[in-house]
Design a binder for this molecule. Sequence first.
Ligand SMILES: [Cu+2]
Length: 477
Amino acid sequence: MIPTNTRRRFLTGMGAMAGAVTAASVSRVAMAALPEPVIQTTADTAGPLVPPTGRPYNAVVTLNGWTAPWRMNQGVKEFHLVAEPVVREMTPGFKAHLWGYNGQSPGPTIEVVEGDRVRIFVTNRLPEHTSVHWHGQRLPNGMDGVGGLTQPTIQPGKTFVYEFVARRPGTFMYHPHGDEMVQMAMGMMGFWVTHPKVPHPLIEEVDRDFVFLLNAYDIEPGSYTPRIMTMTDFNIWTFNSRVFPGIASMNVRHGDKVRIRVGNLTMTNHPMHLHGHEFVVSGTDGGPTPKGSRWPEVSADVAVGQMRQLEFLADEEGDWAFHCHKSHHTMGAMGHDVPTMIGVDHRGVARKIGKLVPDYMVMGERGMADMGEMEMPLPDNTQKMMDGHGPFGSLEMGGMFTTVKVRREQPRGDYSDPGWFRHPAGTVAYEFTGTLPEPTRQAPARGQPASAASPAPVPRQDVEVRVRKPAPGHGGH
Ligand SMILES: [Cu+2]
């Protein structure tokens, strides 16, 4: 493991970041060498990396990530990626030992302009070989990064150079194509955005452009390193290797056009769902979608290996949930072989077991919502299940979940978190405190449709709970 405290803290603000890409500050000797790799030491969301030179564009913001600085070297944009073991804080109190690039997992977002000639140095500090595949790019075959097929793999300690022109504007990603099952299970991936060179008929200019990757890990409670052989039963579901409440909110100004670019490098699909607004899928990793193919949605499935651009007008104020609609993917670490206990009253049993096992607790007899509230002893370094809290209490979310915060007072270009929404008086769901009438239970008269029956009240019956009892025949024990 590379100790993070020995690393220079390169990035203290946008000024420092801009400095790293100013060619004038690089000496002639340094120009002949590789660009110095820039290492990120936090999982915070860095602001947009406004290009100091070249064509201006509206820079993207990577959720709980950052954008790789570059240097211009005789007309070529040079980047330096370092594949290495990293310690990733997935949420405060829970760290994972992953593999990534330049200090974090995922690696830095690479952001360029259509037509840019790009040179990427990749140094391998992993204990095994790797390669980098530039997912979705048009490029010479030998730059495609498939170890064994288009190049020899990059051995530990070696540096390879990839060079190509970013021909197609759009939404891309990068990941290894050498021992990729292990290396992606360990967190090796990153985002890539190519902005159009000139206004494009199918690529709208937006005010805010957020990017992140979907990833999943299998980390035993109390441990640090993902199990790499897991194929389907992951327990940590993340946006950019973060779990809610560790995932940053997407903070926008009321009336902003917003684009959210999502790529999926997990082993299953994720229906991404936005509250309070409708979006269109304006593009995929294959390019912008034709206008005639766009229809309003509030959920869009992102299948394995796919990328989607979701675009909408943020015209409703509030804190709007944005999450995977598979409920298991928003609730966090748990065993799934827990029996369903809803409706089973086992208080008496719990008291008896509690005398023998003081920490014993009953789970799930009224549903699982209690999990979000309770203080349960957990091993160190464990993602708490359903740990997120909001202004009205526990959110019972702990995975692929965040919010889009839409505010009138959010300044243009300001990405800072405005805090929780203050709802105007009379606009929050409230408790009804009057008396409840007895429910009317309809019994259709014989030979009559239910709608025609007079609403004769039916006496209330308690719900029957069937409890499986042990079969007889154990008398001999
Ligand atoms: Cu999901």
